[in-house]
Unconditional design. Structure first.
Length: 77
């Protein structure tokens, strides 16, 4: 299953790169900045997606280690 966030990040990064490149060819500085901003947004979304994936993976590892029980924070005495 494809994560909708992965689709968004890929589209933003590719569209921003394309917009920036075309703007460089045409000399449109404003569009270059817009394209770069969109490209950076896509890259930031990718980093956030990687963080979420790592957190899910760590959570799954903890659950497996504890016999698939729902993990709860430790009780403080």
């Amino acid at each position: 299953m494809v994560d909708k966030d992965r689709v968004k990040e890929t589209i933003n990064e590719a569209a921003g790169r394309t917009k920036r490149q075309v703007a460089e060819w045409t000399g449109d500085t404003e569009a270059q900045v817009e394209g770069l901003a969109q490209e950076v947004k896509g890259k930031a979304q990718k980093v956030w997606g990687n963080v979420k994936d790592a957190a899910r993976s760590a959570q799954e590892d903890v659950r497996k280690e504890h016999g698939d029980k729902e993990t709860q924070p430790p009780k403080h005495r």
